[in-house]
Design a protein around this ligand. Structure first.
Ligand SMILES: NC(=O)c1ccc[n+]([C@@H]2O[C@H](COP(=O)([O-])OP(=O)(O)OC[C@H]3O[C@@H](n4cnc5c(N)ncnc54)[C@H](O)[C@@H]3O)[C@@H](O)[C@H]2O)c1
Length: 252
């Protein structure tokens, strides 16, 4: 699918993987609507072609209004890239007690329900656009993690949320096939984004050393490149692609 002269939604588009993807889509000629929390948008750089829309992905009314804005841009809405996410860490049992149930629910709400919420409301808008060749209308890309498959100690909530994103990929592709909307998921390994800002250089070097090849963390622009490749490749559908340098995470 051609990216130029279409509208695209990127959630979590103010930072990290979403920020890089919003920029890359705008450079390809898309009108990009970056949905993020107001606190995220405050810190975001100004990027030509990218409009920030203060939106909590878990809130149906906010997402509906934000999708309407993207769908009314004057060019057809064809792309969604779901990058909004959070990654707190907590063990089921620790010296502090049991895993906080509210924290577990919060991670599921943002990473899984937020992804589904944006997917659903954006699909409704994409389904109203004029079809292209093969009756194609658009593509929705979500972000899981290698933690969906090999989650580490302390990642029980995060892994469950990302496993949910992996699990919905194929049935969502099947659900939306009759509307000509493809659904794909990217499962990144360790990418150098603000999500990793709190870890020490030593820990970061240790993470890089664990990657078979290339022996470094991935860059956000490599995620963006894969997202663009998926958008442009009309036969990719219903699949999860790991982008991890063949990393398999150890227990800790
Ligand atoms: N960085 C990594 O190594 C890595 C690895 C695997 C998967 N991921 C996933 O990639 C995605 C992006 O991560 P990142 O590293 O770019 O993180 P990041 O913290 O740089 O960006 C995430 C963005 O999501 C926004 N966000 C959080 N909650 C939101 C909400 N309720 N509504 C709207 N926006 C919200 C934040 O404000 C932030 O701008 C996440 O889903 C994360 O789980 C990251």
């Amino acid at each position: 699918m051609r990216i130029a002269d279409t509208a695209a939604i990127v959630t979590g588009g103010a930072s990290g993987l979403g920020g890089a993807t919003a920029r890359a889509l705008a450079e390809k000629g898309a009108r990009v609507f970056a949905f993020d929390l107001p606190a995220g948008i405050e810190k975001a750089p100004e990027v030509s072609g990218v409009t920030y829309v203060g939106t909590d992905v878990t809130d149906p009314e906010q997402v509906r209004a934000a999708v309407e804005q993207a769908a009314g841009a004057g060019v057809p809405l064809r792309t969604v890239v779901n990058c909004a996410g959070i990654g707190p860490s907590a063990r089921i049992l620790s010296r502090k007690g049991t895993h906080d149930l509210g924290l577990f629910k919060k991670v599921i709400e943002v990473n899984l329900i937020g992804t589904f919420n944006v997917m659903t409301l954006a699909a409704e808008a994409i389904a109203k656009t004029e079809p292209l060749a093969d009756d194609a209308r658009g593509v929705i890309i979500s972000t899981a993690s290698v933690a969906a498959f090999d989650g580490q100690i302390g990642q029980v909530a995060y892994s469950a949320s990302k496993g949910g994103v992996v699990g919905l990929t194929l049935p969502a592709a099947r659900d939306l096939a009759s509307q000509g909307i493809r659904v794909m998921t990217i499962a990144p390994g360790i990418v150098d984004t603000p999500m990793l800002a709190t870890v020490s250089d030593e820990f970061r070097a240790g993470l890089a050393a664990g990657v078979p090849f290339p022996k470094r963390l991935a860059r956000p622009d490599e995620y963006a490149q894969l997202a663009l490749d998926i958008i442009e490749h009309d036969y990719l559908n219903g699949e999860v692609i790991r982008m991890d340098g063949s990393l398999r995470m150890a227990p800790r």
